[in-house]
Design a protein around this ligand. Structure first.
Ligand SMILES: *Cc1c(COP(=O)(O)O)cnc(C)c1O
Length: 407
């Protein structure tokens, strides 16, 4: 297994585009195959009488059983670690498996978590509804104001969790500023960087301790494989792998790992095109008379444009916008769009649009306190359309939306 990692090490010297293609991969010694093998085997024949517990193996463990380790999953982990400039990566069955593995791995009964008040709904619900069952409490704050994060820290705070850009507001968190606060208190900082990807922002370089990705989105990129990943120090990732991953069992299918690694090879090229087309669509929407507001970090009108410019190498392909009668437009979008699919999820080659009514956002995912609810209502009106700009020609996307928006 060790020579598999030689390629990974040497490839980290190259630029992101080269690493996306080469890292984690190696020429197959038996067949000379250039493209990565897919190893679906659940078990591995052994010459040695091996043990039954992962604890019996050290760093250089042999392949025994796929939930403990698999060459195709290693290949994906090597590629992602290289792209994030991380010491180590663990790939899991979904973004939520990565999120829960990290939360349960780092927190224990009596601990407190400081978390963004705007999050992916699954994360928000899990923190609100499930963590209290294990005696873990949380405070939700607007992490775009670093001082609010500092104010929420308690003596038992053991983790700070931010999502940037955040779903669906496209609000940003200044990772370097929050990381300085986290370091001052000796608390690890985790960043859900799904909307950004390592091509846009590399949170570990800005001082974060862990990065979480849903690989089902941009990194896989084709809308055909669910997966997740956590990245960080080798020590922390080993502890998470041995405890939460092997025992909780959220292992990714090698087939999905293979598909996602294949997608990741083109991530830098795709992110450039997602950004270019999202900018075109955001500009079109901003000038359209039926549109009240467009949220896109690449627009000068974004309230944190200066931070976006500093923290994001590209602006990614996610935007949201608001119109006067959202319900009516949502109906037309579902029935009449030809290029877009009216569907949840994001980061695919195909463009997706979805309607997030404010009442639904508040009652399910967000569940904010009175002041935060008031602010979200002021921001989002009766709802937001979330758009994941795909790889179609931007003019076709603008024309498709122009049809339903009317004029
Ligand atoms: C989709 C998503 C998740 C959850 O990922 P799954 O792969 O669907 O489990 C977490 N965070 C963000 C920001 C997401 O967009």
């Amino acid at each position: 297994m060790s020579d598999t990692f030689m390629t990974k090490q040497s490839a980290t010297k190259h630029r992101l585009e080269t690493r996306a293609v080469h890292s984690g991969e190696h020429v197959d010694k038996v067949t000379g195959a250039s493209a990565p093998n897919l190893v679906m085997s659940t078990t591995f024949a052994s010459d040695d009488p091996a043990g039954f517990s992962i604890k019996e193996f050290g760093e250089e463990r042999p392949y025994v059983y796929t939930r403990w380790g698999n060459p195709t999953i290693d290949m994906l982990e090597g590629k992602l670690a290289s792209l994030e400039d991380a010491e180590a990566c663990i790939a899991l069955a979904s973004g939520m498996a990565a999120t829960t593995t990290l939360l349960l791995g780092l927190l224990e009964s009596g601990d407190h978590l400081v978390i963004s008040d705007v999050n992916y709904p699954g994360t928000a619900e899990y923190v609100r509804e499930s963590l209290p069952k294990f005696g873990i409490t949380s405070t939700r704050v607007d992490t775009s104001e670093a001082q609010l994060v500092a104010d929420a820290i308690q003596p038992n705070t053991k983790l700070i969790w931010v999502e940037t850009p955040a779903n669906p507001t496209l609000r940003l968190t200044d990772i370097a500023a929050v990381s300085a606060i986290a370091k001052r208190h000796g608390i690890p900082l985790a960043v859900d960087s799904t909307f950004a990807t390592p091509i846009v922002t590399r949170p570990l370089q800005l001082g974060a301790d862990c990065v979480v990705h849903s690989l089902s989105k941009y990194i896989g990129g084709h809308g055909d494989a669910i997966g997740g990943a956590i990245l960080g120090s080798r020590e922390r990732m080993n502890a998470l792998r041995n405890d939460a991953m092997i025992h909780l069992g959220g292992v990714i299918s090698p087939f999905n790992a293979w598909l996602i690694a294949r997608g990741a090879a083109t991530l830098p090229a795709r992110m450039r095109m997602h950004t270019e087309s999202a900018m075109a669509l955001a500009t079109f929407l901003e000038s359209h008379p039926a549109v009240l507001r467009v949220n896109y970090p690449g627009l000068a009108s974004h309230p944190q444009f200066a931070l976006a410019d500093r923290q994001m190498d590209l602006f990614s392909g996610m935007l949201s916008f608001q119109v006067r009668d959202g319900d009516a437009l949502a109906y037309r979008c579902a029935k009449e769009l030809n290029v877009f699919h009216f569907a949840v999820s994001l980061g695919h080659s195909r463009s997706l649009i979805y309607w997030i009514p404010t009442e639904a956002a508040l009652s399910t995912g967000l569940s904010l306190d009175a002041e935060q609810t008031k602010r979200y209502r002021e921001f989002a009106g009766d709802g937001l359309f979330r758009v994941s700009v795909g790889l179609e020609h931007p003019d076709d996307l603008c024309e498709d939306l122009a049809e339903v928006l009317g004029n």
